[in-house]
Write a new protein. Structure first.
Lengths: 145, 116
């Protein structure tokens, strides 16, 4: 299926911290949106894995957050902003296996220290900015082939 | 390997069915950490896990996992089962522990997601 996008598409989802019952809903809706316009399956897989990891970080750590997406004929950009505790040491947080997640988060299957590395792995461009006590913003771009 | 064959090997009960018991599963991963599933999985795989919450179903959907097996006879709640039905992801429950379930399937020829 060829890419069927004649104009840029954007959207926003609000994320509520601690709301595990709907966790992942924004990412799955984005997945369906990308499939609708004929984005390559491998690109959809990368974009939704990166988005899902970011979405789960907001659900786990923050009070609330927003997930914005911008789809153009050449790429998808995803920006996730949260009102969370912020990341004290981004360099450490980017290391596979490093996690500050409490035990209850690990018991739910998260907090393995793979989230940020997984977002980076699946993005062509990845940036993370964080202010302790204020929140974190992650931006990811995945280029279409 | 088909879902039907997997159920037989694991003495598993089918909690949430599939329209197609002959759907082909190419490989499997065993994990309780969902980020590990997202990091290491390959498409059309089977997930063997001890977690039964709804976000396991969402992880599977995002990762392109075709079937989930819960170990130690664990049964998910109605919310998880409903979500799995909605996403068309069959659920099985086996009395085996994760190690045994993985070993049985590997011995029967179902490879892991990673080659090493």
């Amino acid at each position: 299926m060829a890419l069927n996008i004649t104009e840029n598409i954007d959207g926003i989802f609000q994320l509520i911290g601690g709301n595990f019952s709907t966790a992942g809903e924004a990412s799955t809706q984005l997945k369906h949106k990308l499939a609708e316009i004929g984005v390559d399956e491998e690109i959809i897989r990368r974009a939704t894995i990166a988005t899902f990891e970011a979405e789960m970080n907001v659900i786990i750590y923050a009070a609330a957050g927003w997930l914005h997406y911008y789809i153009t004929p050449g790429s998808i950009k995803i920006r996730i902003e949260d009102m969370g505790p912020g990341i004290e040491n981004i360099e450490l947080a980017m290391q596979e296996g490093y996690s500050t997640a409490p035990e209850w988060v690990r018991e739910m299957g998260w907090g393995a220290g793979m989230g940020l590395p997984n977002m980076k792995k699946n993005s062509d461009t990845f940036t993370v900015d964080s202010v302790v006590g204020e929140g974190t913003t992650v931006e990811m771009v995945i280029n279409f082939p | 390997m088909t879902l039907k064959k997997i159920a037989e090997i694991l003495d598993a009960t089918i909690i949430s069915d599939s329209d197609d018991l002959n759907v082909q599963i190419l490989n499997a991963c065993s994990a309780d950490m969902m980020s590990a599933v997202l990091y290491y999985h390959t498409p059309n795989s089977l997930l063997i896990t001890g977690l039964t919450q709804p976000h396991v179903i969402r992880t599977a959907e995002i990762a392109g996992i075709k079937t989930i097996v819960f170990v130690l006879n664990k049964k998910p709640d109605a919310l998880t089962i409903d979500l799995a039905k909605q996403k068309k992801i069959p659920l099985l429950s086996t009395p085996c522990c994760m190690y045994t379930a993985s070993g049985r399937l590997f011995s029967a020829g179902l490879p892991g997601c990673l080659t090493k």
